[in-house]
Design a protein around this ligand. Structure first.
Ligand SMILES: CO[C@H](O)c1c[n+]2c([nH]1)[C@H](O)[C@@H](O)[C@H](O)[C@H]2CO
Length: 437
């Protein structure tokens, strides 16, 4: 498989997120992840993003690395608390950082794709305004989005409103594994709804400000399969597919939540003002797909949503996620037929047992993972999927949320003691692939 097997305009890239790589906390106000990661017991080894990969001070070097690898595009997120003090007052020093980052990318012919929100909500908005639980958060988000569109929209034409609202809502407000660490099922549905409303308000602003731009949303996309052919398992898997995938795609395209999932939530209040879906279902230009693996589901009478996860038999990554490239093909074809929108794979990659030896990292497992998922991508394109690009997660090893720095996803290895970067064999492979060798 060669690069020229893909459409000429197909964009190959890589991706990161602000809290995971930037550090530079001295020049921004705090986010919910600063408070969460500094709370004992919340992250592995008490790791936090105070320094991370020190990208705030090393962004020029990191762009040089991307230029060397030869990527067409780079997906990154803006730190809301960096560009607006406490999420409210524009901070010119923070805005200037992203101005310089974008200009350096463009100088190197790397197309910027900006994610407005990748989980680092300004702490003030959480503490003083109740964060994503407050319907008014959508107005704060629209103000932030409008500021970024005005400041960068002349040069940045590809925008993503939210990264994985399912994670913010479910992991942040029900499971409690992510910031702000709530464990309230009902809250997680209010949060999900306010995130989707915020998305819609940002799209409305975008249409006024960046008339020649493209905007979408990036969601978790998981292939959900039934453990058996038992009708109960099949129904449980169908509902999980609706809770994870349908819940964050259907309202945007169809203006409603998936019916069977709504009907299954007997004790959940979803008293939603009717015009909310007019806001949420603003026309978008693409869906961003973050695909990593599948979930195998069986029926479980004792779970509030009547399902449980089964351990799949396939080889797994360091995250314990099965390596399942067929699931990527299946979801791309399904989404293409169901939603009829252009797609970008905005994240795909793996955490591996990466070891630095003689300034090299031999990660053949990651090369094979990427090749297998590239193959699924190419098969989907050949079968008619309107797929526009693929961003490998991640450019470099970084802060992996509750796992801290214990999981390495990067094409580039980061020695956190020295902040030295080392291209892994997978980065060298990607470089040759992009050169069409
Ligand atoms: C099921 O995986 C999710 O789709 C997912 C995986 N990942 C993500 N979402 C996030 O967008 C990134 O910030 C993570 O670093 C990355 C790796 O864990």
């Amino acid at each position: 498989m060669k690069r020229t097997d893909f459409p000429k305009e197909f964009k190959f890239g890589t991706a990161t997120a602000s809290y995971q790589i930037e550090g530079g906390i001295e020049d921004r106000s705090p986010s919910i992840w600063d408070e969460f990661s500094h709370t004992p017991g919340k992250t592995k080894n008490g790791d936090n993003g105070d320094v991370a990969c020190d990208h705030y001070h090393r962004y020029e070097e990191d762009i040089e690395i991307m230029k060397d690898i030869g990527v067409d595009a780079y997906r990154f997120s803006i730190s809301w608390p960096r560009v607006m003090t406490d999420g409210i007052k524009p901070n010119e020093k923070g805005i200037d950082f992203y101005q310089k980052l974008v200009d350096k990318l463009l100088e190197n012919n790397i197309t910027p794709f900006i994610t407005l929100y990748h989980w680092d909500l300004p702490l003030y908005l959480y503490k003083e305004k109740n964060g994503w639980l407050n319907p008014d958060i959508a107005n704060y988000f629209q103000d932030y989005a409008s500021l970024m569109f005005n400041k960068l929209g002349d040069r940045v034409k590809h925008w993503i409103t939210l990264n994985e609202p399912w994670c913010s809502a479910f992991l942040g407000y029900f499971v409690g594994e992510h910031a702000p660490g709530h464990k309230d099922f009902q809250e997680s549905f209010y949060v999900a709804h306010n995130l989707l409303r915020s998305h819609g308000k940002a799209v409305i602003a975008f249409r006024d400000i960046v008339k020649d731009g493209k905007i979408g949303i990036t969601n978790v996309v998981t292939k959900v399969e039934s453990l058996s052919n038992d009708e109960k398992d099949i129904q449980a898997a169908k509902l999980v597919d609706q809770y994870i995938n349908g819940w964050y795609h259907d309202p945007i395209v169809y203006g409603k939540y998936p019916e069977e999932a709504v009907n299954s939530l007997k004790n959940i209040k979803l008293d939603i003002p009717e015009n909310d879906f007019d806001i949420i279902s603003q026309t978008i230009d693409f869906f961003g797909v973050n695909y990593y693996s599948r979930q195998v589901i069986s029926y479980d009478e004792n779970h509030p949503l009547k399902f449980k996860h089964a351990e799949g038999p396939l080889p797994k990554t360091e995250m314990g996620w099965e390596i399942y490239p067929k699931g990527l093909y299946d979801k791309l074809v399904e989404f293409n037929n169901k939603y009829k929108l252009p797609l970008y794979i905005t994240e795909n990659g793996m955490a591996g047992p990466d070891k630095l030896e003689n300034e090299q990292i031999h990660d053949d497992y990651r090369i094979n993972y990427i090749k297998d998922h590239f193959k699924s991508t190419l098969d989907a394109i050949k079968d008619g999927v309107d797929l526009r690009g693929y961003f490998i997660w991640s450019l470099m090893d970084n802060f992996e949320w509750a796992h801290g720095y214990s999981k390495r996803f990067g094409l580039v290895y980061v020695d956190y003691n020295t902040q030295k970067r080392y291209l892994k064999d997978s980065a060298l492979w990607y470089k040759n692939f992009l050169l069409n060798k």
